[in-house]
Design a protein around this ligand. Structure first.
Ligand SMILES: NC(=O)c1ccc[n+]([C@@H]2O[C@H](COP(=O)([O-])OP(=O)(O)OC[C@H]3O[C@@H](n4cnc5c(N)ncnc54)[C@H](O)[C@@H]3O)[C@@H](O)[C@H]2O)c1
Length: 333
């Protein structure tokens, strides 16, 4: 049992992680400024876990407050960030300040508090368009958005902290997390319209807002893009395993995906199976910067930890639908 600090613990992935850490017997401190997260998520986590975490309402840029929250903490999960690619294209400076400068401030607070172990939420967005799929961690990084750049810069800072200060860090490059806790009590608010799953569910609930399928002429079996989706429960397991591969002086970088490609049409078919309803769609042109196929070579994390993602697309969409159906206005209900 350890004392763990989760930045961004009131967000979609963070709230699920906090729940699993509490259920695993750890004590948890959450630092979150609630810029996109919800305190109600942590209230519900406490109900599900039978006990709560300590909540510190603060910006990670507030070095003094974060350093004090780190007192007695064994390791940090750093999830706090802005995450919308399209928004980062419009206001890159927000992403550099929050994701890059915010991460630098967190590192400073950790130095002050003497905490040297960190698991970092990175993203497949660091890769950008790649000639090959599946994508291995050794691929040349080619981020095409300020968001992807900000995540890559976070990784670079961690490499230096490990090299120069002997820290132990693990960066997990997530590929498209989907799904929620089976209770449907915590989840991903639909406003996160950039990801496919919330957009699909939104279209199911609002017949006047059909899902646009961006490109039906890609060189794939059904003409739509292929992506790698991972169940949030698998992602949580990956975080717990990441703690076990923290080695002083080393920065481990791992893809976390299922390794299985699914097309947009397969996602729609899965949604039809688990909800019994047809998702209204319209076909649109390809989007700039999109690629036909993006899947993880998940072999490095498997070799290091034995991790295999087991959640199926149907599992992911069924749980996401349970959440969406019970919380049509997200945490505003
Ligand atoms: N959801 C995805 O599809 C996805 C994919 C790849 C990587 N990631 C990464 O995973 C992490 C979590 O993503 P999410 O989907 O849970 O997003 P989210 O927006 O639901 O959660 C982010 C949380 O961080 C908090 N936060 C943001 N800036 C903060 C700051 N300066 N100080 C304190 N708290 C702050 C927000 O209030 C929120 O609770 C992010 O780092 C994101 O880049 C997410």
């Amino acid at each position: 049992m350890a004392q763990l600090l989760v930045t961004g613990g009131a967000g979609y992935i963070g709230s699920h992680l906090v729940l699993d850490l509490l259920l695993a017997g750890h004590d948890v401190v959450v630092v979150d400024d609630l810029s996109t997260g919800h305190h109600l998520a942590l209230t519900r986590v406490a109900e599900l876990a039978g006990r709560g975490c300590r909540f510190v309402h603060a910006d990670i840029a507030d070095v003094a407050t974060v350093a004090s929250a780190l007192d007695g903490v064994d390791a940090v999960f750093h999830l706090a960030a802005f995450k919308l690619v399209t928004e980062s294209m419009v206001a890159p400076e927000r992403y550099f300040r929050n994701n890059v400068a915010g991460t630098a401030a967190l590192l400073e607070a950790m130095v002050r508090a003497g905490v040297t172990r960190l698991v970092y939420s990175s993203s497949a967005a660091v890769y950008g368009p790649q000639p090959d799929a599946p994508i291995s961690e050794d691929a040349q990084l080619n981020p095409e958005s300020p968001y992807g750049v900000s995540k890559a810069q976070g990784e670079t800072m961690l490499s230096w902290m490990c090299a120069r200060r002997g820290w132990a860090a693990t960066s997990l490059r997530y590929f498209n997390p989907v799904g929620t806790h089976h209770s449907g009590r915590i989840g991903q608010p639909q406003r996160d319209a950039a990801a496919l799953a919330p957009r699909v569910l939104n279209a199911l609930q609002h017949a006047d807002q059909p899902l646009t399928v961006y490109g039906t002429d890609w060189p794939t079996p059904d003409g739509t893009c292929l992506r790698d989706y991972i169940h949030i429960a698998d992602l949580n397991r990956a975080h717990l395993l990441a703690l076990q591969v923290l080695l002083p002086g080393q920065h481990g970088i791992f893809n976390v995906g299922s390794g299985r490609p699914h097309s947009v049409r397969e996602v729609l078919a899965s949604c039809r199976r688990v909800t019994g309803r047809e998702v209204p769609t319209t076909d649109g042109p390809r989007r700039d910067g999109d690629m036909a196929r993006s899947t993880a070579d998940a072999s490095r994390f498997h070799a290091a930890t034995g991790f295999i993602a087991t959640g199926t697309l149907d599992d992911m969409l069924a749980s996401a639908w349970t959440w969406a159906a019970h919380n049509p206005a997200g945490y505003a209900t």
